[in-house]
Design a protein around this ligand. Structure first.
Ligand code: NAD
Length: 439
């Protein structure tokens, strides 16, 4: 079976590589020539644990190109994995997906199944099929199937090789048969439904997870006020199998390329049909506020950032990825800079991407030690292992004022209490062993 994949981002490239690992011959298409040259040389243009190694192992079954006609014309199956970013009004920008649909229509010379992996609003698969059929150049049959992707960045390779489930949405049974063949080597529950239900499964899943995070963040905020401890609360809740113990980590809010846009897109779609999704709206609102939680906390210690040395640990929206999309660092650091802070930042893989947005205003450091040296305050935005494993005594040793504002609850309070520092985290007691009075 000849498979083509449109888009070589976190979804497209990981899909292509994992399909090759399971024996398929895969041609990956991207419009970005730089990315294609890197991939041809066996280099992954994105950071994702294990991806480059798996790519290297399967280079005999993988090829990369910008020439979409060559890739699509005789493909049996074409996966669409291009971006669906958020538009100004919160709806999904489908121009990339529709762009690929037109390219497919102009290229294919034999019957093929077009598989939509991109997260698209309910009803989009129907439009894609209409668009392809309307623009076809050759007299061939096209079947469009929805096959939403559930991978998480940071564990994308594992999530794709061993998926929690494979959801296939089809209107014609033939497309279902072909996709079952594509996935026959994958050991995962596979369900077949209609296209709209498959599209909805993706949004409902992401929005539910976003809601779970916003819920625990609200509970954390209340814990701070009433003196409860969110870590214990989450632990106690998680024993209940109906609730589950995942996605109960309180913090400064979710980011990334999916939850923020997918909550807004579904809310927009519902509003379009005069139907408000009140719980999803609440998840969005809570998250927007939560991202500023540490800035608000910082006002307890100083009125302005002007002239302060600010250390930032973690720039990416979560560990295990170089992706900055909707990362809390992008909301918080501009506020500090505008206020006159001298910002030093550290991140194991996110610095190059951050430099594209802030090339000169920030000092980027190679070590946590250099970042916190002489700092007046340290913000933790990403729970990288290097941060979690960092020797706590070094904060008071190296910082001018050891005030740590931890947005990811990286340290247990018993260990913090042995150190000389002010440690303010999310949903937990503030530790102040410096005996410095707070404003
Ligand atoms: P991405 O932005 O990382 O990658 C998209 C790629 O598509 C880019 O390399 C871009 O150059 C390329 N592209 C654009 N137009 C093209 C065209 N006409 N032909 C070929 N390539 C083209 O996107 P992503 O994060 O991989 O997300 C892709 C889709 O998958 C989105 O709809 C997203 O919501 C969904 N999704 C993402 C994740 C995730 O964790 N990133 C998880 C599940 C689902």
């Amino acid at each position: 079976m000849k498979i083509a994949v449109a888009g070589t981002g976190y979804v497209g490239l990981v899909t292509g590589v994992c399909l090759a690992e399971h024996g398929h011959s895969v041609i990956c298409v991207d419009i970005d020539e730089k990315k294609v040259s890197l991939m041809e040389a066996g280099i992954s243009p994105i950071y994702e644990p294990g991806l480059e190694e798996l790519m290297g192992k399967n280079m005999d079954k993988l090829s990369f190109t910008t020439k979409y006609i060559e890739a699509y014309k005789d493909a049996d199956v074409i996966f669409i994995g291009v971006g669906t970013p958020e538009k100004q009004d919160g709806s999904a920008n489908l121009s990339y997906v529709y762009g690929v649909a037109e390219q497919i229509a102009r290229s294919i010379e034999k019957d093929c199944v077009v598989v939509v992996k991109s997260t698209v609003p309910i009803g989009t698969n129907d439009k894609i099929e209409d668009m392809i059929k309307y623009n076809l150049v050759h007299d061939v049959n096209v079947y469009v199937a929805s096959n939403p992707e559930f991978l998480a960045q940071g564990t994308a390779v594992r999530d794709t090789l061993f998926p929690s489930r494979i959801v296939i949405g089809v209107e014609d049974p033939y497309a279902g048969v072909v996709l079952k063949e594509v996935y026959k080597e994958f050991d995962a529950p596979l369900m077949v439904t209609n296209r709209k239900s498959a599209e909805m499964i993706k949004y409902a899943s992401n929005d539910f997870l976003a809601l779970k995070i916003s819920f625990i963040n609200e509970i954390a905020n209340l814990c701070e006020i009433i003196g409860a401890d969110i870590e214990d609360v989450a632990l106690g809740m998680g024993f209940d199998k109906r609730i589950g113990d995942r996605f109960l980590n309180a913090g400064i809010g979710y980011g990334g390329s999916c939850f923020p846009k997918d909550t807004k897109a579904l809310h927009w779609l519902a509003s379009f049909h005069d139907n408000e999704l009140k719980t999803v709206k609440a998840a969005i609102d809570v998250n927007e506020n939560q991202k500023l939680k540490l800035i608000k906390k910082s006002r307890n210690y100083f009125d302005s950032f002007n002239g302060l040395n600010v250390a930032v640990l973690g720039l990416t929206f979560k560990p295990g990825t170089d992706d900055l999309r909707e990362a809390p660092s992008l909301v918080n650091i501009p506020i500090m800079l505008e206020d006159g802070a001298n910002v030093k930042a550290w991140d194991p893989v996110g610095v190059e991407n951050f430099k594209k947005k802030y090339p000169g205003e920030i000092t980027y450091c190679n070590t946590i030690e250099d970042t916190i040296k002489d700092a007046d305050v340290c913000f933790i935005f990403t729970e990288w292992d290097e941060v979690k494993d960092f020797d706590l005594s070094k904060y008071s040793e190296l910082m001018k004022n050891p005030i740590i504002l931890d947005g990811r609850n990286c340290y247990d309070l018993a260990s913090v209490k042995k150190e000389n520092m002010i440690y303010d985290s999310i949903g937990r007691e503030t530790v102040n062993s410096l005996e410095v009075s707070m404003v």
